[in-house]
Design a protein around this ligand. Sequence first.
Ligand code: ZN
Length: 316
Amino acid sequence: MSLQTTGIHHITAFAGNPQKNVDFYAGILGLRLVKKTINFDAPEVYHLYFGNEAGSPGTIITFFPAPGTPKGRIGGGQVGITSYVVPPGSLDFWQHRLQSFDIQVTKTSRFNEQYLQFEDNEGLRLELVERAEGANSTWFYDGISADKAIKGFGGAVLFSVNPQKTMDALESILGFTKIDEDAEYARYQSAGEIGNIVDVPLVKMGLGFGGAGTVHHIAWRAKDFEQHEEWRSEVQHYGYQPTPIIDRQYFNAIYFREAGGILFEIATDPPGFANDEPAESLGQKLMLPEWYEPQRAQIEANLHPIEVRTLTVKQK
Ligand code: ZN
């Protein structure tokens, strides 16, 4: 083992109604819609990216929201819970904010940290945890101040059909270090400041299936294009068959399914979301890869218009 990821690059999930997706992640969680594009393999479906102001690796959740998407089932072979990190002292703010939108919250703890758990409008499991690590957000939305705003991912809880194999992949391929274990979970850490804590339940999970409210894959960070090629060899070295390197416009990607059933991607930090539009106006215009530009009028006509909008708090 020679390479070490700094942590999560992005997490990609399924959703139904695109406006409700924007309302939840931008309107309620206060993330920035940093890219509005399409599924490059299915141009009638949006691909939406939400993150911090710049859409930095470690902050990005992406969705393919398509109306009528059947519900999935969260289970083994998936990211079971996506964790966001917020500044110390801000969990009470978030509890009140979420409850004001009629979102049910549950308090729980792992490894002496308090978590506020809830679900998005599709049932995707999310949680917030306070940590001092990681830069405060510079994106201001709906009065959420920097000392409260989501900084990015804290990490993820990986639901595995074979936890030992998943833990092996984290340690041997990705270069995570095991830092703790209790009766229920093992905890792994990478070198980054955000998206760097991964918990694996020790019990084998029954296989879930994909659909609205489930995660499709989790991507880990590669520093640059050169290191990305080394990552591909590394993955092969451990007996996996990664895809060829695929140009995803904002990063390069390879994919492989680890033996615990979870689809892993390794994605490059560069070039980032200012690759095809100004950093100041990220996410406002529908961005298409070059080969789809001739069909722009038709593609736009087939998509329901969406907007980032301030939501009316339902009560209190
Ligand atoms: Zn991805």
